[in-house]
Design a protein around this ligand. Structure first.
Ligand code: NAP
Length: 250
């Protein structure tokens, strides 16, 4: 077990990529705070699945956009499992809106969930990790941290910002032995893109751009997440791992 005695918070872990990471961490021995904002039933279900194979987990509601709610997540890790070693900033939203029609509400909401929330939650978590001799912060970014995406400029801007956040925090937290890295997924089939991928011709269009010739699954992200959470990556910080079947090559 590569994460034995480790305690992790995974944001947005009721469904999609976050859920797969939470389950993957628990299979490797970590105790997991399964965060959700609205999907209470799915988060409770993820906890049930983890406990069914002997793992430890608790579901905790918190909107990552609301800084006052971050305390609940850190407190849950400490109260239930006595430590905090790993934070995965996974929760994210993507709103389709052409630049010429973009609203300030979309800007505020997307930056709040995708960037401001992770930034301040990282700080809160890092303050606690200091007391445990270090830790790992993993940001779930996107291939759109370097490649722009039509009609999702604000989303892409948050992911570009997340890459600089990863590097900046890694620079400052290295001396405290807190590693900060990103995973940038390509096209992974989740609720985020299920509708757009089901539109006629879209799956084929995306597949044509993926050298590996398949759409990714949330499970594809787990290996990189476990590696970055484990001691195997102890000299890796400020890095981004692209898990995209080669999408960025095209
Ligand atoms: P998803 O299935 O739509 O899940 C989004 C998750 O984020 C849900 O668990 C949701 O929780 C949570 N969330 C949203 N707003 C939140 C908030 N304010 N506070 C707390 N949690 C919140 O999407 P996904 O594909 O798994 O995406 C996960 C991450 O991967 C995102 O950061 C996304 O940008 C990134 N990513 C995805 C892809 C892809 O192709 N799917 C590609 C690149 C990057 P609730 O349901 O409880 O609200």
């Amino acid at each position: 077990m590569r994460l034995k005695n480790q305690v992790a918070i995974v944001t947005g872990a009721g469904r999609g990529i976050g859920r797969a990471i939470a389950l993957g961490f628990a299979r490797e021995g970590a105790a997991v705070v399964v965060n959700y904002s609205r999907s209470a039933g799915m988060a409770e279900d993820a906890v049930r699945e983890i406990t069914s194979f002997g793992g430890r987990a608790v579901a905790v509601q918190a909107n990552v956009k609301e800084l006052a709610e971050h305390e609940r997540l850190v407190a849950a890790a400490l109260e239930h499992f006595g430590s905090l070693n790993i934070l995965v900033n996974n929760a994210g939203i993507e709103i389709h809106e052409p630049f010429l029609k973009a609203t300030v509400e979309t800007w505020e909401l997307t930056l709040g969930v995708n960037l401001k929330g992770p930034y301040f939650l990282s700080r809160k978590a890092a303050e606690v990790m200091l007391g445990f001799g270090g830790g790992k912060i993993i940001n779930i970014s996107s291939v759109h941290d370097v490649a722009p995406l039509r009609n999702r400029a604000i989303y892409s801007i948050t992911k570009g910002g997340m890459m600089m956040m990863t590097k900046s925090l890694a620079l400052e937290l290295g001396e405290h032995k807190i590693a900060v890295n990103s995973i940038s997924p390509g096209a992974i089939l989740t609720d985020m893109n299920r509708k757009s991928l089901s539109e006629p011709g879209n799956t084929e269009r995306v597949l044509n751009r993926i050298p590996w010739k398949r759409i990714g699954d949330s499970e594809d992200i787990v290996g990189a997440a476990v590696f970055l959470a484990s001691s195997e990556s102890d000299y890796v910080t400020g890095a981004t791992i692209y898990v995209d079947g080669g999408l960025l090559l095209t």
